[in-house]
Design a protein around this ligand. Structure first.
Ligand code: FMN
Length: 221
């Protein structure tokens, strides 16, 4: 598959088969992704690969708090504090598309919450990669990290796996760091769910669109 094909094929996968991912495949993905560029080759990457009992324990701890309506403060602010256009409409359209696909009414907050809850189980993916960054690093390293994350997702796609980047998996940072023995100063960025796509699941049947090139590009001669 060409890079362009992989870029077009990748999508966020939100239902997985009950099928293990071989450790070697995960290693191959990370070996490829580590070739991503970073400012002065700093390589600010710090990954925990979580599966099996550890994954279940961790998600149960997050769900326990979620079900009690308890929240933790994320280690960093991912989304804007205030939603303005055009981001507000794009966010709304993305949510609507998913709920429409699932036949969930936009007023049905209970079903929406039940669907959101599945985030903390990484949508049933057998593997979750958790990503941390050193707090002394600056915004530049977040650029580097984004490239690394996309490299992981493109490689996974090329190898026939499905994945989903997940900021929701960074919503309970102290639980994740405690369970994985990570220093509490480290910043938990996000997770990536990884596994084999359940191609029969309705939630995997839609594809998000993108704005036209002219909306975000200016050419100067
Ligand atoms: C850093 C990051 C965090 C995300 N967090 C979540 C998440 O917590 N839950 C979720 O269902 N999707 C999450 N997404 C997926 C986005 O909703 C998705 O990428 C977007 O709607 C575009 O769809 P696509 O990935 O299928 O192309 C996240 C995406 C990124 C890049």
């Amino acid at each position: 598959m060409s890079v362009i094909d992989v870029l077009q094929q990748r999508k966020s996968v939100r239902a997985y088969l009950d099928k293990e991912v071989p450790k070697n495949t995960i290693i191959n993905i990370l070996e490829a992704a580590k070739m991503s560029p970073s400012g002065v080759n700093m390589q600010p990457f710090d990954v925990c690969v979580v599966s099996g009992n550890k994954k279940t324990t961790l998600e149960n701890k997050m769900l326990e708090l979620f079900d009690k309506g308890k929240k933790e403060k994320m280690d960093y602010q991912y989304y804007p504090q205030e939603w303005i256009e055009p981001y507000k409409s794009r966010r709304k359209a993305t949510g609507l598309l998913m709920y429409q696909t699932l036949g969930i009414n936009k007023e049905d907050k209970i079903k929406q919450l039940q669907q959101w809850r599945k985030n903390y189980q990484a949508f049933g993916a057998p593997v979750v990669l958790y990503f941390f960054i050193d707090p002394i690093l600056e915004k530049g390293s977040y650029l580097d990290y984004g490239m690394f994350l996309q490299s992981i997702m493109l490689t996974a796609t090329e190898l026939g796996l499905g994945c989903c980047p997940m900021a929701s998996l960074a919503e309970y940072p102290s639980i994740v760091k405690n369970e994985l023995n990570i220093a509490k100063e480290k910043i938990l960025l996000c997770g990536i769910a990884l596994g084999y796509e359940d191609t029969n699941a309705p939630i995997n049947s839609y594809k998000t669109d993108r704005v036209a090139l002219e909306e975000f590009t200016k050419f100067y001669d």
